[in-house]
Design a protein around this ligand. Structure first.
Ligand code: SAH
Ligand code: SF4
Length: 355
C-alpha cells in the first residue's frame, strides 16, 4: 500500500500538527490557497493586508473575511512560523531578538538604528556549516537551514517591535546565505512587496564567504543586490586557516567580476582585522590589489571578540590599514561597532537547538 493512502482522519491530524506557515508562500501560492479555501478573487488582497500590513497573527481576527474561509485557512495554515523568545536593547539602541521556531530551534536577528532609519540583520541558517574561526555563529556547525518564511518572521518580528520597516536589510546574521540559495531568494523576493516595506534589491546586502556557484546564480537572477565578500585575508593558504572554504580566491574574484558585469553593482570586501593575523601592511597592499581586480570597495570590521584566540587590531593599526588601501585608490570605510554590549555585533550571533 502506498504510504500516502492513510486514513483521512490521520491525514487531518498530521495536517493540524504540521500546518505550513503562511509566510512561506509566495504571492501566486497565496492567491491559490485563498481561492482553494473558498475566498473570492479579492479576498487574497484582504488576507494579505491582515497578514503583512497589520501583522495579524491569527486568521480568526480577520473580521472582514467570511468565517468559513478563516476556518479553512487556520485548519491548513499557521501564520507565523516562530515567536519572539527574548529581546535585549543595547546602550546604542541596537535591538537583538531571539526567535524560536516550531521545532524549538532558535536564531538571533538584530535591528540597528542608523541616523534616520533602521537596518535589520537577518539570519539565514541556525548555526553555520562554514565554521570561520573568529565567528561565534559557526562554532558548533550547522543546526539547520531556515525557510524563507522563517527569515520573513525575523524581519516582521523586528518591524513589529520597532514599529516601522527598515530602510536596509543585511544577511549578516548566522548562516551562509548562498548555501541556502532557494529559500534566501524567495525571502528577498517577498521583501520586495509593497505590503512588506517594498524594499528594493539595492537596499539589501547579501554577504558571503564566496560560494562561486551561488554568486553566479545571484548574478543571473536579474536583481541588483549589494554583494559583500568576506575576504579577511588576501592569500589563499592563510585565508583558509580562518575562513575554511575550498574555493580559491582567484575563482571567487572571477565570479565577483561577473556579478559586477551582470548587475552593475560594485561588490564590497569585508575584512575583519585580527591582531597579528591579517593586519600587516603587506596584507593591506595585497588586499588593495585584489580590490582593483574586481574592482571592489573595502569595509574594515573591528573584531568583536568572543574567542580569546583572537584580539582586535589596535585603532592605530586599523588606521594604518585603511590609509594603505585609500592611498592605492580603493574606497574604504571602517564599520562602527554596534550592540556589542548585548553580543549583537557581527559574528556574535548564535543559535540554539532546542529550548
Ligand atoms: N556567512 C556570511 C554572512 C554572515 S557573517 C559571511 O560570512 O559573509 C557577516 C560578517 O561578519 C562576515 O563578514 C563575517 O566574516 C563577519 N564576522 C564574523 N565573525 C565576526 C567577529 N567576531 N567580529 C567581526 N566580524 C565578524
Ligand atoms: Fe558562517 Fe559567515 Fe560565521 Fe563564517 S562568518 S561561520 S560563513 S556565519
Amino acid at each position: 500500500v502506498c504510504a500516502c493512502a492513510r486514513p483521512g482522519r490521520l491525514q487531518g491530524k498530521a495536517a493540524m500538527e504540521e500546518r505550513r506557515s503562511f509566510y512561506d508562500l509566495d504571492e501566486e501560492e497565496r492567491c491559490a490557497v485563498v481561492r482553494e479555501c473558498g475566498g473570492a478573487s479579492y479576498t487574497e488582497k484582504q488576507v494579505h493586508g491582515w497578514v503583512f500590513r497589520r501583522m495579524t497573527y491569527a486568521f480568526e481576527r480577520m473580521t472582514d473575511i467570511p468565517g468559513w474561509v478563516r476556518e479553512e485557512l487556520s485548519r491548513r495554515f499557521r501564520i507565523v512560523p516562530g515567536e519572539l523568545d527574548a529581546a535585549a536593547v543595547s546602550r546604542d539602541g541596537t535591538l537583538k531578538a531571539l526567535v524560536r521556531f516550531r521545532d524549538g530551534v532558535r536564531v538571533e536577528c538584530v535591528a540597528i538604528p542608523l541616523r534616520a532609519y533602521w537596518s535589520f540583520c537577518v539570519s539565514t541558517m541556525a548555526g553555520c556549516p562554514v565554521g570561520c574561526r573568529f565567528c561565534a555563529s559557526g562554532k558548533d556547525g550547522l543546526i539547520r537551514r531556515l525557510s524563507a518564511g522563517e527569515m520573513l518572521a525575523q524581519y516582521l518580528l523586528l518591524a513589529r517591535r520597532v514599529e516601522t520597516y527598515p530602510r536596509t536589510v543585511v544577511l549578516m546574521g548566522s548562516g551562509e546565505p548562498l548555501l541556502n540559495f532557494d529559500e534566501v531568494w524567495k525571502f528577498l523576493s517577498l521583501l520586495n512587496h509593497p505590503d512588506m516595506g517594498g524594499l528594493g534589491a539595492r537596499r539589501i546586502t547579501v554577504s558571503t564567504v564566496g560560494i562561486p556557484r551561488g554568486i553566479e546564480r545571484l548574478a543571473r537572477g536579474g536583481k541588483q543586490f549589494e554583494l559583500a565578500l568576506s575576504l579577511h585575508h588576501p592569500r589563499d593558504a592563510e585565508r583558509r586557516r580562518i575562513v575554511p572554504v575550498k574555493h580559491p580566491l582567484g575563482e571567487i574574484l572571477e565570479k565577483l567580476v561577473f556579478y559586477r558585469h551582470m548587475t552593475g553593482r560594485i561588490p564590497t570586501f569585508e575584512y575583519c582585522l585580527l591582531r597579528g593575523v591579517n593586519d600587516s601592511p603587506a596584507c593591506a597592499r595585497e588586499a588593495a590589489d585584489l580590490a582593483h581586480r574586481v574592482p571592489a570597495k573595502v569595509n574594515l570590521i573591528p573584531y568583536n571578540d568572543w574567542n580569546p584566540r583572537y584580539t582586535s587590531s589596535s585603532p592605530e593599526v586599523v588606521d594604518r590599514f585603511r590609509k594603505i588601501l585609500a592611498s592605492r585608490g580603493v574606497p574604504v570605510t571602517v564599520r562602527r561597532r554596534r550592540g556589542d554590549d548585548i553580543r549583537a555585533a557581527c559574528g556574535q550571533l548564535t543559535a540554539e537547538r532546542r529550548g
